[in-house]
Design a protein around this ligand. Structure first.
Ligand code: GTP
Length: 574
């Protein structure tokens, strides 16, 4: 029972300790994961903005380069057509400048000067071809006046920059630029009379641009760029890009549904993770940023997205998780040990009380209790000690009453002698003993003669005192080991242990009769009383208590019958 309580309390405390450390560990682990994901989202957003900045920067650089080239004097000479020779020389010098520009910028695929006349005939053109610069001249120069970037740029005022949407270049014979995604940056070139003279165009290669951007990104980042309608321009799988060129739309908002608000211009950026949005970003962490593009090109924009696998983000949480598990295990073991120690310490005084209670119930002995404590156990111990004292006191009085009752049940209240019941108990015990060891004994029956007359003549109270005096005389006459009992009225029984002959008993009976018949003074009156005594011997006269007492009674009766007729007071003793 006590060990059960110990186990339960220890278990409860241990479970509490294990749960606390487990929950703390779990909370720390999950908080760390959330922090990692949140930091990764921040990094992705920053990196996506960096990609956008780099894109813008590339466009601005191209615009600056276009403006720089447009201000070359040879450009004006070619546009204004100052005779064939100088124009020829100016074209050659421009071609060299264009080639230098191409060599400086690997992301440039073409640098061209296109005239407004002759349906937009190219005047000076240098292409990137197989990684080298190639001047295209003579018959190979093409008319480009029907392309939007030509007539839209020509329509712009001087000093303005035109920027096309990102798309696949379908111009035939464009060398490296042909069939590749990119955009055009152009600026109009007015003639000296103010009329549109042509334009200067730089073709930017998206793949080379993005290649450079990708190289700058941390490992494991996946880059996505979509135009304002959601068409993928950049995708880790090139087959997913420029679907609209092949008549099939592959949209960012279809692949990443959460990006829809960006295309609806309801959001500027967005960050998601598989930890917090498992439906929308299962197993990934992603960030998308909407970025306006073009210079004065209305509300055109691109959406740049960076995606990282969630596992890669949470990789560093794994060793922490293992450390937390080890810590939780260690704390759990400590919690179990502390729980056992604490439970034992708590239950020790209760065990002391419980032991004291069981010991008290068995032996009524009071144990040392922790009464000096100031807590509830001290109160319990003090109350229990008080209760023990009360129980002991009640028990003592109960034993006293029991002893008194037992005495009253076995003794004659007038003479203090054993009563009939106790005499027969003792006789039965002696019989059992004698039946085993054969020890003989004798039973004497004493009856006072004419005692009724004592009562009648002197009163019942005097009679009582006579009975008490006779009892004392009988006790003084026999040995201490013999038993004298009052049967009731004026009859006494005596149990004598030992081997008595009839003669020896006759002598003892004479002695008893002499003792009884000695004159006694009671309440100032001198009295004398005689007695008739009969006896029986075990085993000669009977083998049961009843037989032996009856035999002694009969013998007494015979004795009494033999002396009938005398008066009490005048009867000679014997
Ligand atoms: N004073 C007193 N008398 C008692 C008590 N018990 C019995 N007696 C009386 O004792 C007497 C005994 O009566 P018996 O033995 O028949 O009369 P007895 O006069 O002794 O007659 P025998 O024995 O034949 O000599 C009765 O009168 C009882 O009332 C007692 O406790 N006190």
């Amino acid at each position: 029972m006590r060990s059960g309580l110990l186990v339960k309390l220890a278990l409860l405390l241990a479970v509490f300790g294990i749960l606390s450390s487990g929950l703390t560990g779990y909370y720390a682990f999950s908080a760390h994961r959330t922090m990692l994901v949140s930091a990764a989202q921040g990094d992705l957003l920053t990196a996506a903005r960096g990609v956008n900045r780099r894109l813008l920067q590339a466009e601005e650089e191209a615009a600056d380069d276009a403006m720089l080239l447009a201000r070359l004097v040879q450009v004006a000479q070619v546009i204004n057509g100052h005779g064939d020779r100088p124009a020829r020389q100016a074209r050659d010098e421009l071609a060299q400048a264009f080639a230098g520009m191409l060599a400086l910028h690997p992301e440039y695929l073409q640098v061209r000067l296109i005239g407004a006349a002759d349906n937009g005939l190219e005047l000076v053109r240098v292409d990137s071809a197989g990684g080298l610069t190639l001047r295209v001249d003579g018959q190979d120069l093409q008319e480009k006046g029907h392309f939007p970037y030509v007539f839209e740029t020509l329509a712009l005022p001087a000093g303005q920059i035109y920027q096309s949407a990102i798309g696949v270049n379908h111009e035939r014979g464009a060398h490296d630029a042909e069939g590749r995604p990119g955009l055009m940056v152009a600026t109009p070139l007015p003639r000296s009379d103010g009329q549109p003279g042509g334009l200067l165009v730089i073709n930017l290669d998206l793949e080379r641009l993005v290649g450079q951007l990708r190289a700058d990104l941390p490992k494991g980042y996946q880059l996505y760029i979509a135009n304002r309608w959601g068409d993928f321009l950049v995708h880790p799988d090139p087959a997913q890009t420029f679907g609209f060129e092949q008549g099939r739309r592959i949209l960012m908002q279809d692949s990443f549904a959460a990006t829809q608000p960006l295309f609806e211009r309801k959001l500027n950026n967005l960050a998601l993770s598989g930890l917090e949005q498992p439906q929308q970003a299962a197993g990934r962490v992603m960030a998308f940023v909407r970025q306006p593009v073009g210079q004065g090109n209305h509300d055109d924009f691109v959406v740049t997205g960076l995606v990282q696998p969630l596992d890669a983000v949470l990789e560093s949480a794994v060793p922490l998780g293992q450390r937390i598990i080890h810590m939780v295990l260690a704390f759990s073991i400590i919690a179990i040990l502390l729980a056992v120690v604490f439970a034992r310490a708590m239950l020790r005084p209760i065990n002391t009380l419980a032991q004291a209670a069981s010991s008290f119930s068995e032996t009524q002995l009071q144990q040392v209790l922790p009464v000096e404590r100031n807590d509830e156990i001290g109160v319990l111990a003090r109350n229990f000690e008080r209760m023990q004292r009360q129980i002991n006191s009640h028990m003592a009085s109960l034993y006293d009453n029991q002893r008194e009752l037992s005495y009253l049940a076995h003794h004659d209240s007038l003479t203090g002698l054993a009563n009939r019941s106790l005499f027969f108990q003792r006789l039965e015990q002696l019989l059992q003993l004698s039946q085993r060891n054969g020890a003989p004994f004798a039973v004497l029956f004493v009856d006072l003669d004419h005692f009724k007359e004592v009562n009648d003549l002197h009163g019942h109270a005097i009679g009582d005192q006579v009975l008490q005096i006779v009892a004392r005389r009988l006790l003084h006459t026999v040995r201490g080991s013999d038993m004298v009992a009052r049967m009731g009225g004026d009859e006494y029984l005596i149990l004598l242990q030992g081997n008595f002959s009839d003669d020896a008993l006759g002598e003892l009976i004479d002695k008893l009769r002499l003792s009884i018949s000695e004159a006694m003074t009671v309440a100032g009156q001198r009295l004398e009383v005689g007695a008739s005594i009969g006896y029986s011997l075990y085993p000669r006269d009977g083998s049961t208590a009843e037989q032996l007492v009856n035999e002694a009674d009969h013998a007494m009766y015979h004795v009494k019958s033999g002396r009938r007729g005398g008066k009490v007071n005048s009867l000679p003793c014997g």
